[in-house]
Design a binder for this molecule. Structure first.
Ligand SMILES: NC(=O)c1ccc[n+]([C@@H]2O[C@H](COP(=O)([O-])OP(=O)(O)OC[C@H]3O[C@@H](n4cnc5c(N)ncnc54)[C@H](OP(=O)(O)O)[C@@H]3O)[C@@H](O)[C@H]2O)c1
Length: 227
């Protein structure tokens, strides 16, 4: 007990432990979901928007605890962690506009989807995964493919038992850190291996979307930890 009191006094004396500064690039559904979730975990959120002064971005900043907005490159430059919540087919050009992100964690929820027709059919829009493209653009950053297999609504309001999301990335510590944030958001995760395996997770969402719109027999694919 005495030890706990001394520890609390020491923590009080040194001030609150600061959270990370998280740049959330993109202010659509996924940006809003992950931005508000990171803010709820006491991190400082900077939205990276092409229009930081727009009414839409201002409304999102207002709704997010402890948040600001800036242009994407300025947001990423100030952050320890970058979340890429941008359209899949814009991801490569967006990441190339960001400064040197060496040593930072990049969380990549993007999927390279091209959609055509009614009912919609989806095709894969790149020759390799976006996870790999982002890692190539920032070779000394720690890219973790995450959140790309679940709908944004589940990021905010996960059901019980929580969905298990795959994490792909070449750096084990970065994946462990992301897994911790995922757990704190009420979700679960499995480590599926290196960033090469981002391909499988991106194709998976393509297959599931095509099945949900045009498949004759509906299915869903779930991850679960094995014994
Ligand atoms: N929707 C889901 O449930 C879901 C789930 C998992 C993964 N994903 C993936 O996550 C990514 C974001 O999805 P989302 O649903 O949040 O998309 P969204 O609603 O369309 O939002 C994307 C945001 O990216 C920014 N952006 C930057 N460059 C852009 C460009 N060239 N064109 C259009 N917008 C641009 C925009 O914010 P500013 O205008 O502020 O710049 C925009 O609001 C996608 O790659 C998607 O495949 C989506």
């Amino acid at each position: 007990m005495l030890q706990r009191i001394i520890l609390s006094l020491l923590l009080f004396a040194s001030g609150p432990v600061p959270g990370e500064t998280v740049a959330v690039i993109g202010t659509g559904n996924v940006g809003m979901a992950l931005g508000t979730e990171f803010a709820a975990l006491d991190h400082t959120v900077i939205y990276g928007s092409r229009n930081p002064e727009s009414e839409k971005t201002k409304a999102l900043v207002e709704k997010t605890r402890n948040a600001t907005a800036a242009l994407p490159a300025a947001a990423a430059a100030q952050a320890d962690v970058i979340v890429l919540a941008v359209p899949g087919m814009a991801t490569e050009s967006v990441v190339k506009t960001l400064c040197d992100l060496s040593g930072k964690i990049i969380i990549d929820p993007t999927n390279p989807l091209i959609v055509e027709g009614d009912p919609p059919t989806f095709t894969y829009g790149t020759d390799r995964s976006l996870g790999e493209i982002v890692q190539e653009a920032h070779p000394d950053a720690f890219v973790v493919k995450a959140f790309n297999t679940i709908n944004w609504r589940l990021m905010i309001d996960p059901p019980t038992p929580p969905p298990v999301i795959p994490l792909a990335g070449d750096n084990a510590e970065a994946k462990e850190q992301v897994a911790e944030w995922v757990r704190a958001m009420g979700l679960d995760s499995v480590d599926v291996g290196g960033i090469y395996h981002a391909r499988a997770t991106e194709y998976l969402i393509l297959m599931m979307l095509n099945n949900s719109f045009t498949g004759s027999e509906k299915f869903e694919v779930v991850f679960q930890p094995a014994d």
